[in-house]
Design a protein around this ligand. Structure first.
Ligand code: SF4
Ligand code: SF4
Length: 426
């Protein structure tokens, strides 16, 4: 990796803390990803992206800003990348997947805040996330209470914060609210970028994001095969990189990977032996570098064949049907697409259940692990309904609650191994 010290210093990172973080991440990546057997060649691109995640990619963002493009950071799949691309902006997901500087975060937030929110605060306060420091706008969304209230504090810590209000019910008035909020977001993007969203620029943005979603959906379908051609860990990594990389380059790399996986499927080549127990993981999003649970599962004689998660199919499953020739008509199409996201903040939320059931059937999964982050009320409360309805259909389900720490890794492994063992006796 080149020397990016000056760039990080210009972004006012805490260089010492940042070095420690990169060291820990690099080692974890080696131990978890590079020790896997039979990895597809196409994963080399994603290894490279990860090795440069705070380096070359940040340099690209800094260069983009020099060329007059804006960088927009966000924490949720309700923030449409299509709109950001329509002002020639760059969209990035912000760091929220590791336990970092919680002692700082807990001076502003209650201890019983979910790991995702605490992590976002830890990275900002500990000055270790070059993404947030490279942003022209940081976008928060009113989803769960934790995010909603913590954004009131975060908005004072970043220079240009924009909040998108979100409906809580899938009603007509909810859809109107979403459209109104996206219009306000366009206004903000235009104001900061100095560029106008036009029907043409919006169509282009929609096409780029549709192509990106199509590529990951193609990958998702290839995981139906037994033996499975790619590990759940590697597929999760692709879904995580989805939020950071240049969208066109990412799409191209995923499609190349899929070409290789298609060959593997045709030749019966897999990463685990045929007949390995297959699991769907459902629940809270797993942001980089949150790999604990997938790693435990895939070193316990099972494989993950799908993620019902915002870092996975919940975030990517629908495309925008680019109907219309005006900004308003295209915005309607975008609202239709985003309104289908079945996050647990919605009440009631039956389509999420249907989606999990459909994934289990389609991917021929043997069971579901419901992954809840401690103190995440929406997903943990909804996990009751998920388990009940899946078990009613004869689909074994294990509910786990965890955080980003490693303290419970042994206990989780014991529970997950027992669950997988039980699947073997069904
Ligand atoms: S789980 Fe809900 S709040 Fe979190 S990223 Fe997904 S849609 Fe946004
Ligand atoms: S994991 Fe749950 S509590 Fe945490 S931000 Fe997401 S929805 Fe909110």
């Amino acid at each position: 990796m080149s020397d990016y010290t000056q760039m990080w210093a210009n972004l006012e990172l805490d260089l010492q803390a940042h070095d420690v973080l990169l060291g820990v991440l690099g080692n974890a990546y080696k131990d978890i990803f590079l020790t896997q057997k039979n990895r597809p060649q196409g994963m080399q691109y994603f290894d490279f992206v990860m090795s440069e995640v705070h380096g070359l990619r940040i340099k690209e963002l800094v260069d983009a800003r020099k060329e007059g493009r804006i960088v927009v950071g966000s924490y949720c799949v309700f923030v449409p990348e299509e709109l950001i691309l329509a002002v020639n902006g760059v969209s990035v997901g912000l760091c929220a997947g590791a336990e970092f500087y919680y002692e700082g975060a807990e001076t502003l937030l209650p201890r019983n805040t979910c790991a995702l929110i605490k992590s976002a605060f830890g990275f900002k306060l500990g000055k270790a996330c070059p993404y947030i420091e490279a942003c022209d706008i940081v976008v928060g969304e009113n989803t769960c209470d934790g995010k909603k209230k913590s954004y009131e504090i975060l908005s004072d810590l970043v220079k240009n914060f924009h909040t998108i209000d979100l409906p809580q019910m899938k009603s007509d008035s909810g859809k109107k609210l979403l459209k109104e909020e996206y219009k306000q977001f366009i206004k903000k993007l235009e104001e900061v970028s100095g560029k106008k969203v036009t029907a043409e620029s919006l169509k282009k943005g929609i096409a780029i994001v549709n192509a990106k979603r199509n590529a990951v959906l193609r990958l998702a379908k290839l995981r139906k095969a037994d033996p499975v051609p790619i590990s759940g860990l590697d597929a999760l990594l692709v879904n995580q990189v989805f939020f950071y990389d240049d969208p066109v380059r990412f799409t191209d790399s995923v499609n190349k990977l899929c070409d290789e996986l298609e060959d593997r499927v045709n030749n019966g080549i897999g990463v685990f032996p045929q007949g390995t127990k297959r699991l769907v993981v459902s629940g809270c999003p797993m942001a980089v570098p949150n790999w604990k649970v997938p790693w435990i599962i895939e070193t316990s004689a099972a494989t993950i064949v799908g993620e019902e998660s915002c870092v996975g199919e919940r975030g990517t499953q629908c495309l925008t049907e680019a109907k219309g020739n005006t900004v308003d008509e295209l915005l309607d199409a975008i609202v239709e697409r985003y309104f289908q996201i079945d996050c647990a903040i919605f009440t009631p939320n039956p389509t999420r259940l249907e989606h999990i059931q459909a994934m289990v059937k389609e991917l021929k999964a043997d069971g579901v692990i419901h992954y809840g982050l401690q103190f995440c009320q929406p997903y943990i409360i909804e996990s009751h309904n998920v388990e009940e309805s899946l078990e009613k259909d004869g689909i074994p389900t294990l509910r786990i609650e965890t955080d980003y720490g490693q303290e419970d890794a042994g206990q989780l492994k014991t529970r997950i191994e027992a669950f997988i063992e039980m699947l073997g006796h069904k």
